[in-house]
Structure formats: C-alpha cells, structure tokens
Design a protein. Structure first.
Lengths: 242, 204
C-alpha cells in the first residue's frame, strides 16, 4: 500500500544454516551448507600440486557506468558476436577470459497455461573473468567485467581489475587434505543447496578474492561438484596450511 | 540490510529466524495474520529445493527423509499475496526455476527476485542491491542485475538470477518506496506475469 514502508525478514534454514556473517554478534552456529544428509563422493583424480605462486595486489581499477536507459526503450539488440565487438575489451587486460555471453529477453507467461505469449530481446549480457597463468580468479570480489549492450552501445558496465605482482611461492595443503576439510564442511563458499548427493567431478587450484580491498589473493582448492538434480555446485576450501 | 532501509525511512514489521519461522509468515493466509503480505518488502534467506514434484522453500526443521512436510511450496501461495506487499526477495536456490508456479502468488504483489539454480551465501548481494536501489536510485531490475552479476561473476559454475513481475509496468518502472516511482498494483489481477532470467556467474 502506498505510503507504508515496512520490511519483513525471514531467515529460514533447513539444517542449521544462519546468516552467520551478517549477524555474527548473535553468536549463531556455523552454517551446515551441504546438509547433514548429503553423501559426498569423489569422481575424479586429485591434483598433486603442493606449491603455488602468490600474487600481491598493487592497484585496483574500479569503473561503473550506470544504466543509460530503461530497457522498455530498447528497440534493437545486436547479435552476441556484434555485442562483443562493440565492447572490444580483449586486448586491454591480461588474462581476460570470456565466461558468459547471453541475449537477455523479457517474457510474458500465462500462469494458467504455462505458455510464453510474448518475448522481447532487451540486451546482450557479457561477463568476463580473469585467469592468472591459467588459474581462475574466483569469489564474490573476483576480477571481472560485466556489460550490457543494446542498440549498438554499452548501456551498463562494471569493471573490477587488479594490478598484481608475483610475490613468491607458498606451500599449500594437498587436494586430499582439502577434500577431508570439505567433508567436515570447513569451507569458504557456502552453497544454499541441500542435496542428498554431491559428486566431485573436478578439482583445481584457484585464486580467491573475498573483498575488493584485500592485499593478496587467497589460494584455494575449487571442488566442482554435481548434485543429484544435475546442478553444478562450487565448493571452495582454503589451501593455506592451518 | 536493515541499516540501508532504516536510514531510508523504513521500519521493520518482523524478523524471524530459524525455528521462529512458520509457514504462515510467507503469507499463506488471506485473513488474520498475513505474514510477509503485511510488509512492503520481504527478504528471505534459506534453502530452496527443486525436485521432480516441484520446488519449495525448506523450513527450519525440514528433513528430506524425516520431516518432508516442513516446507513452503508455491501451491501454498497461489493468489495469496494480495494485501500490502510489493516486493519479495528470495535468497534461496532453485525455486524460481518454476516461474509458472511462483508467479501465481502475485495477485497484487509486484515482484519476486530470486534464483533458478544453486546460489551461495553472500554478505555482498544485499549490500550491492540496496546501494543501487537506494543510494543510486536505480530501477529495481537494474539494481538486481547489478547485485547478482557483481556478487556471482567470480563463481565458476552457472548461477541464474530471475525476476518475476506481475506486469511490465512494474518490471520496468518500479523503484523502492521513497525512490521516485512505484507503479500501481495490477487491478484487476490477470493470469499473466512478466519475467527475465540471466546468467550471473562465469558458467555459460
């Protein structure tokens, strides 16, 4: 209703998950993201890496161009390959990796029949990520560029890109030890999914960016898993020796 | 989150956590206590499931094997959001993969924001959403696109965000109360919803 500004929050959890990070002053229990009923199996070879290169962050480029138009005004959407050309980024950033390009449409659905009765393309969404010597940079503050392209122009762009310098080598825990941590739910990344089965299909090293202000990337083991519905689930374990 | 809203003049209707959360909090009733339907904006954080039989949100004491009834399914909500609510934010996995079922809840509520795939806990998601929606005064769909892509672009597997609106005017023009424009409720209600889905992670 107009004039009222009321908010409700419900923090529900199936098996002990809470907003631990947000309300840490409440001393709530550590989340159990994989679920006490989950069965975790290994379906891949574990890498034998024991040492990894450390990178120090020396500068951060942060650029945001806010949305230039309301999408209802969009009359023409270029092809995905044209949109990438309009963005034209590939030579400017070392380690830039195209991760997703997708034409976003708005659909009108009749909820009684389930039929999509109208569909309108509105922009091309492009996401670039970063790899450092073939190792991906991941996490909630990972380097990357997100752009929306419509009518032959960039209508939104957000860039986060770090200048880095090699800072030596570091011993890391083995993938076997990391897998033991995963089973104990000692994780950096907490999926909200609670499945009954989780298969580990791939294990690789990654650099983790948890905040925009960190001085070094954290070195982590990334377990790429598939749940019993066929969804991919990233599970991340800190590779630093405790 | 609460700081953002309180500083913008909002007040809290209720905050329930864990075992305090009941099915009725989700607005399953059309009289008496109507839960989220008594608040303009509702945020939910918790597990979401997709199974061959449908999608659902899990309550605190849900167990796939031992207490499968402790859920909120879209069937519990059909045409129930018809009182005071405008926007529902479901930070839960999978549930908005069923647009048809969850869209039926939107009688007069304007919009549901959520995910159709696995998603991940994040302190950044709401921070980025409210910064864009309140401090920068963006349309809600742009604020949600920005928050989801910023927060999840660094994930390797596919994460898809979904926004479902009761009509196109609400999808294109709604901002939060106090941020210039909120479209009228859809009256009379029809059986159509407008939705948009995007990949917000590295997976294609």
């Amino acid at each position: 209703m107009v004039g009222l500004r009321l908010i409700a929050l419900i923090l529900t959890v199936a098996i002990g998950t809470t907003l631990h990070a947000w309300f840490s002053n409440l001393n709530e229990p550590i989340p159990a993201p994989l679920g006490s009923e989950a069965e975790i199996t290994l379906k891949t070879e574990l890498p034998k890496i024991k040492v990894a290169t450390v990178y120090r962050i020396t500068d951060v480029e942060r650029t945001l161009i806010p949305p230039k138009k309301n999408l209802k005004e969009v009359k023409y959407v270029p092809s995905e390959s044209e949109a990438i050309k309009i963005l034209s980024l590939s030579d400017q950033y070392d380690g830039l990796v195209l991760k997703s390009v997708q034409t976003i449409t708005t659909k009108v659905m009749n909820t009684e029949t389930g039929e999509v009765v109208r569909e309108k393309p509105e922009f091309v969404s492009i996401i670039y990520g970063r790899e450092i010597n073939g190792i991906p940079v991941i996490g909630p503050a990972a380097d990357g560029i997100v752009a929306a392209v419509a009518e032959n122009e960039i209508i939104y762009i957000s860039k986060l890109w770090r200048e880095i310098k090699e800072a030596g080598k570091k011993q890391i825990i083995s993938a076997e030890t990391a897998f033991t941590k995963l089973k104990k739910e000692e994780l950096l990344s907490r999926p909200l999914y609670t499945g009954t089965k989780l298969e580990v299909r791939e294990v690789k090293l990654a650099y983790y960016a948890g905040s925009e202000n960190q001085k070094y990337y954290k070195i982590v083991w990334l377990f790429k898993c598939v749940d019993n519905n066929g969804n991919w689930v990233d599970v991340i374990v800190d590779a630093s020796p405790s | 989150m609460e700081n953002w809203l309180q500083n913008a003049g909002w007040s809290r209707e209720f905050r329930h956590a864990d075992a305090e959360v009941k099915k009725v909090d989700f607005g399953t009733q059309n009289s008496g206590y109507e839960g989220l339907d008594e608040a303009d904006f509702h945020f939910h954080f918790g597990h979401g499931y997709k199974f061959v039989t449908g999608t659902w949100l899990a309550l605190w004491n849900y167990s796939f094997c031992f207490n499968p009834g402790a859920i909120v399914s879209p069937g519990d909500l059909k045409k129930k959001w018809d009182f005071n609510n405008e926007w529902v934010f479901l930070h839960s996995c999978n549930v908005l993969s069923d647009v048809r079922a969850w869209g039926k809840a939107l009688k007069y509520t304007h919009m549901i924001m959520g995910f159709s795939t696995t998603t991940y806990t994040s302190t950044d998601l709401l921070e980025r959403f409210f910064k864009a929606a309140i401090e920068w005064d963006w349309d809600l769909y742009w604020a949600y696109y920005h928050a989801t892509t910023e927060t999840y672009k660094g994930y390797d597997s596919t994460i898809k965000a979904v926004i479902i609106a009761d009509n196109s005017n609400q999808l294109y023009n709604d901002r939060l109360w106090g941020q210039r424009n909120v479209e009228p409720d859809e009256y009379p209600d029809d059986n159509e919803v407008v939705y948009r889905e995007w990949v917000c992670s590295g997976g294609g």
